[in-house]
Design a binder for this molecule. Structure first.
Ligand SMILES: Nc1nc2c(ncn2[C@@H]2O[C@H](COP(=O)(O)OP(=O)(O)OP(=O)(O)O)[C@@H](O)[C@H]2O)c(=O)[nH]1
Ligand SMILES: [Mg+2]
Length: 172
């Protein structure tokens, strides 16, 4: 069995814990409580006959990371950056976090950006063009909704395939 660590990061209340809960088969909770520190969950995926155990590190939402929290990313094989489509500043926060983390590590990791809360389309502050710009910048993005459950399995399944070398991440 393969074993890979994935860190889920982004500003506060973008839906990191809700995404993981959904991926683990749990229900959406409108009153999800804020994460303190880091919480680790595991899930085994079966991809084309291979078993892959994902260690999912759900990291407390911060727009700026403390030097201590950089330790969370040691040994990570991939990153998931989460943006809340209803709050524009969470996009800048995600891009800033990627820069900060990769500068600290000294290398880049396979990464995807999840634009979460797609069920609240009427309240979105992020436009289609902004998402295209993010993709042109080299970040593969996927729209998700923890409330409706859409995009979540696809996103983690895609990362799983990347981690097993079965596909590469190429932004559209
Ligand atoms: N409508 C809607 N609400 C969502 C969605 N995802 C998460 N939420 C809500 O957004 C709030 C924050 O969700 P969390 O999963 O706690 O967010 P988080 O990123 O883990 O937050 P921190 O742990 O504080 O960093 C909660 O009220 C969730 O119910 C979504 O896709 N749609
Ligand atoms: Mg959380």
């Amino acid at each position: 069995m393969y074993n890979k660590k994935i860190c889920i990061v982004g500003a506060g209340a973008v839906g990191k814990s809700s995404l993981i809960k959904r991926f683990l088969g749990g229900d959406f909770d409108q009153a999800e409580t804020a994460t303190v520190g880091a919480k680790i969950n595991k899930k085994v995926l079966e991809i084309e006959g291979d078993k892959l155990q994902l260690m999912l590190w759900d990291i407390e939402g911060q727009s700026q990371l403390s030097p201590e929290s950089m330790n969370y990313f040691k040994g990570a094989s991939a990153m998931v950056y989460v943006v809340d489509g209803t709050r524009l500043h969470t996009l800048g926060a995600a891009i800033g976090l990627r820069l900060e983390i990769e500068t600290h590590l000294g290398y880049s990791l396979p990464s995807i950006i999840l634009f979460n809360k797609s069920d609240l389309a009427e309240r979105w502050e992020i436009s289609h063009n902004m998402i295209i710009d993010v993709e042109i910048g080299g970040n593969l993005s996927i729209l998700t909704s923890c409330k409706e459950g859409s995009g979540v399995n696809m996103a983690f399944g895609l990362l799983g395939r990347v981690l097993l070398g079965k596909t590469t991440l190429v932004a559209a």
